[in-house]
Design a protein. Structure first.
Length: 343
């Protein structure tokens, strides 16, 4: 009797594993379908939600190459706030600049097209947060008011003195004349990506490094499995997957080479302090941005770098509602006194 129960238990677990694999495959295919639609779409680079004639929208640089920022739709629905999702460079086959500053300059006309004058509310996630930062600086340089900038899970290494010193040394080595050509900017981005990766590893314990190695191994295995799962799909869909990987790598390198300069407008940073694998990581603990943001506050998010947009979207939407409320006090962060929030 016990043997029969054990066999039934094994059968149920096997069935559960199969169902989970099927669900994962369906999600991957849905992403492919999105990419197929996105590449055939000749629409603008901005997507509005909840806009009204007298509303002041949040321009949100979503930084999403997998689903094109579809999570912003849910975020807008839950928060009720007017949001304009801004696509990252390359998503609609537009030119891919080599630096965050260049990406911001390329997106500035889209912002001005939707809202010619301020005050402006901007925000962004991950690489999009850095582009939002530089776009806010460009708007301020034009004499426009930046009401608030919201940084969601921005890279934190970029704000640290050792990283800035490494960037300065590498820039002098790879671009001794200071000409700032596109080729030199791309080379600096690749070199800083290596420094970025090394900096993360040096801060890890042996067990954390082993965990990271397993995570990378698992990701590569999943990528190989994904290619096998989509072997029956068209060559066009496989090319779309390759395009997503190429764009992601390009933005990683541009993000690694970005060194933010100090700003005076209000900045609210939100972070989980954990990377996409759920490990504690100071790369995504945005508290260090208070070093360059003179009017700064920080909010802790649940989950990790990947799940804060899905499982933690209710918390994120609540924070947005508070920050962007007409009488919000959170939109006026305290000057440089923010302390790390407890988990």
């Amino acid at each position: 009797m016990r043997a029969l129960e054990k066999m039934e238990e094994i059968r149920e677990k096997t069935e559960e594993t199969r169902q989970n694999a099927d669900e994962a495959r369906l999600r991957r295919l849905e992403k492919l379908r999105f990419w197929r639609r996105a590449c055939a779409d000749s629409s603008t680079l901005t997507t509005p939600y909840n806009l009204s004639a007298d509303g002041n929208p949040l321009f949100f640089f979503h930084g999403d190459f997998d689903t094109g920022g579809l999570y912003v739709r849910r975020l807008a629905a839950l928060s009720g706030q007017p949001i304009v999702a801004v696509a990252p460079q390359g998503l609609h086959d537009d030119p891919l600049p080599p630096s965050i500053e260049d990406m911001a300059a390329a997106r500035l006309p889209e912002i001005l097209r939707v809202r010619p004058h301020g005050p402006y509310r901007l925000g962004g996630y991950c690489n999009g947060a850095l582009v939002a930062y530089e776009t806010a600086r460009l708007l301020e340089a034009r004499g426009e008011a930046v009401e608030v900038l919201i940084l969601l899970e921005p890279s934190s290494l970029n704000t640290r003195p050792a990283y800035v010193a490494a960037h300065r040394w590498i820039a002098r080595l790879l671009d001794p004349t200071g000409a700032g050509s596109e080729t030199s900017r791309r080379r600096i981005g690749s070199a800083m990506w290596a420094v970025w990766s090394l900096g993360r590893i040096l801060k890890m314990s042996p067990s954390e490094i082993a965990g990271l190695a397993r995570y990378i191994h698992d990701r590569r295995a999943k990528r190989r499995q994904r290619l096998r799962d989509t072997s029956h799909e068209t060559d066009g869909e496989r090319l779309l997957q390759e395009k997503a990987a190429r764009l992601t790598n390009a933005h990683y390198r541009a993000s690694a080479a970005h060194v933010p300069v100090p700003v005076d407008f209000p900045v609210v940073a939100m972070s989980t302090g954990r990377d996409g694998g759920g490990r504690v990581s100071d790369l995504y603990d945005a508290v260090s941005w208070q070093a360059v943001c003179r009017r700064f506050s920080h909010l802790r998010l649940p989950g990790h770098h990947s799940t804060c947009l899905s499982e933690g979207v209710d918390t994120l939407a609540g924070h947005l509602s508070t920050i962007l409320a007409p009488d919000a006090t959170a939109a006026a962060p305290v000057p440089r006194t923010a302390q790390p929030a407890s988990d």
